[in-house]
Design a protein. Structure first.
Length: 417
């Protein structure tokens, strides 16, 4: 790679392959792409795994699809019977689709490119803009990354309209440009970024496999242990004791995340949501178990997490805080309650309906059900060690994933104009 940080040559990116030279063409997006009408089918009119025509919903551009869509491995929903749009334009390889609306200006005009249709019929749907390079100025695989670049999205952020929801239309593309190098340079840029995307996808699968391994180990050891009478159902109050310690020392306030556990509010959320006076907040020490009681995602009755923070912190007074009988039991409880079904099966029988039919599980009530645990201390220690070792491996793999993602974002900032 060579750099052009001193802007010795105009209309070239800061970073490019050394065998290429000369300026790029700045091309107005409206001159590059022809646009086609899209349908307005909702999720209720779509289904998966049929042979009907496929439909790209804008939600999949935001979450679910890579920049380069390869239908040999990526999945799109099919249009349900009797919902076929009357007028449509089938997508071709090299076509791009933009999400035309989002609550986040960084997500407006988020783009995917159809890299490989695998012989399937696809149309663009609700809240998408379907574009095609009929002048053949670009190679397949380049446009998706060019429209994902910082140079392009900086333009979009300036012109996106709205207050709570930001949107764009094809008219906005008369105001936007992208840079076009020679086709050989386009191909090399596209290949590099596609390989990084493939490595990111592989890294995600590695992490998913380790997470699945944790689930499998917990399920198998529990089932085998109960069957062979080496495990027993244990009342939680026998292994947990409520910690009634208030925040008299003014510790930092933390939140509880489904994925990250106990996290500093400012570092994780960007700001503090705590009240001005936090002296009545509950103190959490390293290894404590926290029960939030607040419904979130797959956990309708709240989440249960172990604190991995090495120092004392404070959390909401609405949450329950418990000291485990030992660190190994605390680790097993943490991983056990990570599974939505385990949390649901434990918490649902404890529900007490409050005023206005609100769901309430008091701190004491939380301890009144049973959970399967090993009878012997050595098995408890071994299982805790195994689960912790796998979790530490997951953290390493996640760090590697973040490095690949940062590398891609750096190239999207530096390799385009």
């Amino acid at each position: 790679m060579t750099d052009n940080n001193e802007n010795k040559v105009l209309n070239v990116p800061h970073l490019r392959f050394p065998e290429f030279s000369g300026e790029w063409e700045k091309c107005k997006v409206s001159d590059l792409l022809d646009f086609y009408s899209t349908n307005s089918l909702s999720w209720e009119q779509l289904e998966y795994d049929t042979n009907a025509m496929m439909n790209l919903h804008y939600g999949l551009i935001h979450v679910g699809l890579p920049t380069m869509v390869d239908l040999a491995k990526d999945k799109l929903p099919n249009i349900k019977e009797n919902n076929m749009p009357k007028n449509f334009e089938l997508c071709k390889e090299g076509d791009v689709a933009f999400a035309d609306a989002s609550e986040d200006t960084n997500e407006v005009a988020k783009t995917v490119e159809f890299f490989n249709l695998a012989g399937k019929n696809v149309v663009c749907g609700l809240h998408t803009i379907h574009g095609r390079d009929n002048k053949h100025k670009t190679v397949v695989g380049f446009k998706g990354y060019a429209f994902s670049s910082a140079a392009f999205h900086n333009q979009i952020r300036r012109i996106a309209q709205g207050t709570k929801i930001y949107s764009i239309s094809t008219k906005n593309f008369f105001e936007c440009y992208i840079g076009l190098p020679s086709k050989p340079e386009q191909s090399k840029i596209a290949t590099l970024l596609r390989l990084i995307d493939e490595r990111i996808a592989t890294q995600n699968k590695i992490i998913e496999k380790y997470e699945s391994l944790i689930k499998g180990i917990i399920y198998q050891t529990k089932s085998t242990g109960l069957a062979h009478n080496t495990w027993q159902k244990t009342e939680l109050k026998k292994v947990l004791q409520e910690r009634n310690e208030k925040n008299a020392n003014g510790y930092d306030v933390c939140s509880v995340s489904v994925t990250q556990g106990i996290v500093n509010q400012i570092e994780y959320l960007g700001r503090s949501f705590a009240s001005k006076d936090t002296l009545h907040y509950n103190v959490v020490k390293y290894g404590d178990i926290v029960y939030t009681k607040s419904p979130t995602g797959d956990f309708p009755y709240g989440i249960v997490k172990r604190s991995n923070v090495k120092y004392d912190v404070a959390i909401s007074p609405l949450y329950g805080v418990y000291k485990p009988v030992n660190n190994f039991v605390g680790i097993i409880l943490h991983f056990y309650f990570m599974q939505p079904n385990n949390a649901l099966n434990y918490l649902h029988p404890l529900i007490q309906k409050g005023a206005k039919n609100t769901i309430n599980i008091t701190n004491g009530r939380f301890l009144e059900n049973t959970i399967p645990l090993p009878k012997k201390e050595d098995e408890t220690k071994h299982l805790a060690w195994v689960l912790t070792s796998i979790q530490n491996k997951i953290i390493l793999e996640q760090d590697l994933l973040h490095s690949y993602q940062k590398q891609k974002q750096y190239l999207l900032r530096q390799m385009f104009i």
